[in-house]
Design a protein. Structure first.
Length: 482
């Protein structure tokens, strides 16, 4: 066996085992270097070796490195092959994956569309490669927050894959798993749980419960159980995933980082913020993640959430600033994700008494969300309430009451008169009206609030707390002189 064949065989062995870090990267680099420096080697074989290196970089969570190699392969392939050529389409598709993982979503969209155009021209619209690109476009749409388009693409893709590849084919299962994740992000927990269970059982039948695909499905299931508030089951599943993944890939693999992130989220939901912070820090410290990586910003945001919940707002603020700047650079101001993190930054600033900057950010958030979202979106009501609070803390009571009236009108119109957010807004506005000397108007709001909450059969802690505050405010009003 020749030297280059031996290197390739070893690399393929590591790849089949899912070991995408060292020594696989070193083997792929060696394989590519041997071919690139051998003038007798055909250029197609050299490009194939570089493509494998780029793919290894991508699987090792090094998308920027992968982009560099894929672009180099694409530039040469466009000169080497006559159009249309499926090898060019494949490189476009891989480049799109690398762009997407690097957070370069517009570039990813362009690459996927180029791949789709070539594949459809050569193979027709139902070829597996065309369906693979459709799945990639759906993933991209989900990452950009366009859930409606993503769902439409996934459903169409799954229907075609079942017809062409079969229900139990790995590509079909991958698209089904992606759709389950989308349902999870949309809050459609029952649909997500049913689909994720179906995927997991199929993966176990195909590969066994210790296979990376089965472990990945279990991690998705754990996330869905967490959102269904079955925290103990979620944590138990994640511990199983962690042990299996470390056994397969070692302690420093990107998949381990994802499990730490999910464990952090589960402990956060359990309100064990110390444990959640520990896992988020482990996830941040674990990998060689580039600074300009969306996952890094997500982790920093979640770590800041832990600090905020522990009233460590001053520690959270520098992290929030980095996240906002990073997301603005990566996603642009038209992304609602940017304004969710702006809201969190403004809230921490409000808690530390930085009233002017906090209010300025809330007002900027309201201006942008009003353009980006439907008027009925809950985030509009949330930021109106926050602006009211910021004016109240600055003792600008008339302005606070004005925004309080807007917030209450929003909640009543879009969430109903008996919604918890509506009642909370009623209470805050009533409190403001008392400060302004409008006790009769305040009492009217409290009467509406208590009438609304009388129908609650099993009040939770939030309901009890709100009712207690209402009773205290009601007593204060009765003590006021006529």
């Amino acid at each position: 066996m020749s030297r280059d064949s031996l290197v390739d065989s070893l690399a393929d062995l590591f790849s089949c085992a899912g070991l995408y870090r060292s020594p696989l990267i070193e083997l792929r680099e060696k394989s590519y270097s041997i071919r690139a420096n051998n003038k007798k080697i055909d250029l197609v074989e050299i490009l194939d070796a570089q493509q494998k290196l780029a793919t290894t970089m991508l699987m090792a969570d090094l998308p920027e490195n992968a982009v560099t190699h894929y672009k180099s392969v694409l530039d040469q392939a466009l000169l080497l092959f006559e159009k249309p050529d499926r090898r060019v389409a494949s490189t476009y598709s891989n480049l799109g994956n690398a762009y997407s993982d690097a957070g370069m979503y517009e570039d990813a969209k362009g690459a996927y569309l180029s791949a789709q155009e070539i594949e459809e021209e050569i193979c027709g619209e139902n070829h597996p490669s065309v369906l693979c690109n459709m799945n990639n476009m759906a993933v991209l749409s989900r990452e950009r927050g366009d859930y409606e388009l993503a769902e439409s693409l996934y459903i169409d893709c799954i229907k075609r894959k079942k017809m062409i590849l079969g229900k139990a084919h790995p590509d079909t299962l991958k698209s089904m798993e992606n759709l389950a994740v989308l349902y999870f992000h949309q809050g459609r927990a029952i649909e997500a749980l049913e689909l994720a269970h179906e995927c997991y059982e199929s993966q176990v039948m195909l590969h066994g419960e210790s296979h990376p695909e089965a472990l990945g499905c279990m991690m998705n299931l754990a996330s869905i159980y967490r959102e269904n508030e079955d925290i103990s089951k979620s944590i138990a599943m994640l511990d199983h995933c962690l042990n299996g993944t470390v056994r397969l890939f070692g302690e420093n693999h990107p998949k381990v980082q994802l499990i730490y992130m999910n464990l952090g989220a589960s402990f956060f939901m359990k309100e064990d913020y110390v444990k959640a912070e520990q896992y988020y820090r482990q996830a941040l410290d674990l990998t060689e993640m580039p600074a300009e990586n969306p996952r890094r910003y997500k982790l920093m945001s979640e770590l800041a959430d832990c600090m905020s919940e522990q009233n460590r707002h001053s520690e959270a603020i520098p992290l929030r600033r980095q996240v906002v700047m990073g997301y603005k650079s990566l996603l642009g101001v038209k992304s609602t994700k940017v304004w969710s993190d702006v809201h969190q930054l403004a809230t921490d600033l409000l808690e530390t008494g930085e009233l002017e900057e906090s209010r300025s950010l809330f007002l900027e958030e309201l201006e942008n969300l009003s353009r980006l979202l439907e008027a009925s979106d809950f985030r509009i009501g949330r930021v109106l309430d926050s602006i009211s609070s910021s004016f109240e803390m600055a003792e600008r009571l008339d302005e606070s009451a004005a925004y309080g009236h807007q917030a209450l009108a929003h909640w009543i119109k879009y969430e109903g008169a008996d919604n918890w957010c509506t009642n909370s807004s009623r209470y805050n506005l009533a409190r403001m009206l008392v400060k302004l000397g409008s006790s009769s108007d305040a009492l009217e709001l409290l009467v509406q609030l208590k009438r609304s909450m009388n129908g609650i059969e099993n009040p939770d802690a939030w309901d009890v707390d709100l009712l207690n505050r209402v009773s205290m405010l009601n007593a204060d009003i009765e003590l006021l002189p006529d």
